[in-house]
Design a protein around this ligand. Sequence first.
Ligand code: NAD
Length: 505
Amino acid sequence: MGVMKKAPRSQAVKTPRRAAVERHALDFASGWDYAPALETVKPGLREEYGMFVGGRWCRAADGGETEIINPATERVLTRVAAGGAEDVDRAVKAARGAYEKVWSKMPGRERGKYLYRIARLLQERARELAVLETMNGGKPIRESRDIDVPLAAAHFFYHAGWADKLAYAFPGADPRPLGVAGQIVPWNFPLLMAAWKIAPALACGNTVVLKTAENTPLTALHLAQICQEAGLPEGVVNIVPGGRETGAALVGHPGVDKLAFTGSTEVGKWIARETAGRGVPLTLELGGKAANILFADAALDQAVEGIVNGIYFNQGHVCCAGSRLLVEESVVETVIRKLRDRMATLRVGDPLDKNTDIGAISSREQLEKIRGLVASGVEEGAGLWQSACRVPERGYWFAPAYFTGVTASHRIAQEEIFGPVLSIMTFRTPEEAAERANNTCYGLSAGIWTDKGSKVFAMSRKLRAGVIWANTYNKFDPASPFGGMKESGFGREGGLHGLRAYVAL
Ligand code: NAD
């Protein structure tokens, strides 16, 4: 990354009503830069991948394939089989066979051993998986290395522990598996979402057909290799990469006993309508438009760090990203100054470089969506500030940005942007803060920053969000349930609540 240009510190809050675009960066580096620190591990990428059905690797019945692109270079990484309805059918039948013959009959103690083995293999192959996740999705290696892969392993460890203790998880009940679980994941946390879904399903004695997102199937396919290496009985886990039609085939398959979906609210609603009346238990983890609420009494430097982590982390490709910042009016100028200073130090560039903070946007389509929403913010009269950091010529990039002068009716205050763009608003009283935070159709997560514990409790009772962080943001743990309210979906993943979704009592 090149040296940043010096820019005036001005016009932070009061921006003109029309199309005001500031592109500033502070000269934090004073003429020097970090040397590149590239991750050098080769991830064992194959020239082509099949799908994993019944313990075997196979091509799609119609021979369909998808080219997988590295969003940081726009180069083709590999080709992956793209499953269709016939492949989904084969996978569901394989999962049914494994459920009836082996997995549902196996004592929890034995199932737990497989899960432990998978968890350990994930740890052993952590570097390879982190590099693969970064090459496929564009997220910085620091995040795939420190967040995605360790958390994926932690989910298998956690659920391995439950496999033989389900009677204690639901005392007085007789927890039984549901059967074949159909699971659909999005592109933003490919390995982690697969682990969130597969680990509890297996721990409870279900078998799985997992559909990956079309453009990010690689780590889930390497997880399938790990399942093979762990000696998991054939058909217990089946992975079918593919797009919308593949997902729809899984949703509509009569052999599926449970559906778990993570993705957009639009598709989640469609799935809810499709499955209505079929009696298939459903969990939906959908979109979000989280508010970080910053009170004047908070430790501002820490809060700014948390806000930066909440929205610029993983390029904002996070369902629970703190994409709205509500700041108590008396400190807004200070907060924006601190935020801008910090943002100017964020490094955008090669995701395989360990110094990179913000990697590539995961696809051209997503980049266009971000650009479109940002243009609407400018058009509607909000003031845009964007870091002037240099970005590579090839690949999909969006320099971190924030909007001021945002009102509740702006699209950037209501729609999920799924990019490194923050919308800043102000409030005067806690009641106003809660009202503004709740003024969205979503209810996935929120953050509260204050020095007063009592304020945290009072605010969290008012906020309509499934996950609320206090004086921190984006912290995850397998023991802690995660999920939304309102149009962010229903059901929880993680913890005892997450297990409940995979058993009949
Ligand atoms: P998306 O809904 O377009 O796709 C998600 C998955 O569903 C993909 O695998 C896709 O192929 C599949 N799909 C698409 N149409 C389908 C259909 N008709 N039937 C069945 N499957 C179908 O979402 P996306 O753009 O890939 O992912 C981003 C969205 O996911 C964002 O809205 C984000 O907030 C959400 N998300 C939510 C959580 C959460 O835990 N709440 C976590 C991560 C992402």
